[in-house]
Write a protein that binds this ligand. Structure first.
Ligand code: PBG
Length: 332
């Protein structure tokens, strides 16, 4: 509802835009470093710890490198990092068993970070794609992505991550029923305080292209993910998925990608009032970075792109810009 306002000239909106001090006073939303989750790519493949061609400025890191990045995050006041593994191709199998190996790359990196920077929250990704010979988030039989069998694998994976010290589990797989299964397994195993940030409204998006290069899944992926990720045309379905995941025990929910889906972010926050996150995904990072690096847009566009999520109602954002933005906000 828009309250009645005075007519011109009694109402002059420019009065409150006249100086920076006045603009600051009436600013409705703010972006803080405390709203950011920094996604990190970890690898132990020799030579793979290099910059990702489609994500200028983002590199895959060794376990040691990831620990240093975690220390940097904590130093900058970033509250959380999220780990994504670039797995050795030799460890990718159709049954994805490396996913729940207690000593897999993610779990080793997790333990190392928790030992070095215990106060930093660490989030993990729960999906089979980094371990799957065919690049899918679920187990595949005769070209079909299996729902219920995949959930069993995801539960094992989630438990191994909880065991290794994850603070936040991020199921990004889009199987039906996984949140309830994970929540129940966590309770039974004594991991009552491990939180779940569900990728509840995750769309089948071309904006993930650079990420698939980053984790080495691009070449492996057979077909597309449209039988489990959402149709970009749908809005009501996103709300039903969020309701479902909160009902099954998700503590927080995510909308992904971010900027093209701000309408979904706003609807989710206003309808449920739950902690709501957006993922400013690899393709969004690539577009903005490409334009800034070419001088086509000013660097401030990064802050504008992130503030938009706060205005839409998001509590926080996963963004590859996190450390850079921390620097920009400190100057602000
Ligand atoms: C896969 C996963 C993806 C992303 C996060 N987890 C890609 C996909 O679904 O294919 C994308 C993140 C990004 O693009 O930055 N479980």
């Amino acid at each position: 509802m828009i309250p009645q306002i005075a007519d011109f000239p009694a109402a002059r909106f420019r009065r409150l835009r006249r100086t920076a001090a006045l603009r600051d006073l009436v600013q409705e939303n703010r972006l803080s470093v405390k709203d950011l989750i920094w996604p990190l790519f970890v690898t132990d493949v020799v030579g793979a710890d290099a910059e990702i061609a489609s994500m200028p400025g983002v590199s895959r890191l060794t376990v040691e490198g990831v620990v240093r990045a975690a220390e940097t995050a904590a130093g900058l006041g970033i509250p959380a990092v999220c780990l994504f593994p670039y797995t050795d191709a030799a460890l990718k199998t159709p049954d994805c068993q490396e996913a729940w190996n207690p000593d897999n790359l993610t779990n080793r990196a997790l333990r190392a970070i928790k030992a070095a920077v215990p106060e930093l929250a660490v989030m993990t990704d729960v999906a089979l794609d980094p371990y799957n010979a065919n690049g899918h988030d679920g187990l595949v039989r005769d070209g079909v992505i299996l729902n219920d069998e995949t959930i069993e694998a995801l539960v094992r994976m989630a438990l191994a991550q909880a065991e290794a010290g994850a603070d936040i589990l991020g199921p990004s797989d889009m199987m039906d029923g996984r949140i309830g299964a994970m929540r129940q397994a966590l309770e039974s195993a004594g991991h009552k305080d491990v939180s779940i940030l569900s990728y509840a409204a995750k769309y089948a998006s071309s904006f993930y292209g650079p990420f698939r290069d980053a984790v080495g899944a691009a070449g492996a992926l057979k077909g597309d993910k449209k039988t489990y990720q959402m149709n970009p045309a749908n809005r009501d379905e996103a709300l039903r998925l969020v309701a479902r995941d909160l009902g099954e025990g998700a503590d927080m929910v995510m909308v992904k990608p971010g900027m093209p889906y701000l309408d979904i972010c706003a609807a989710v926050k206003s309808q449920f009032g739950a902690p709501t996150f957006a993922y400013q995904v690899s393709g969004e990072y690539a577009m903005i970075t490409g334009a800034v690096n070419n001088g086509w847009m000013k660097e401030e566009v990064i802050l504008e792109s992130l503030l938009a999520f706060r205005r839409a109602g998001c509590d926080g954002v996963l963004t590859y810009f996190a450390p850079h933005v921390a620097g920009l906000l400190a100057e602000d």
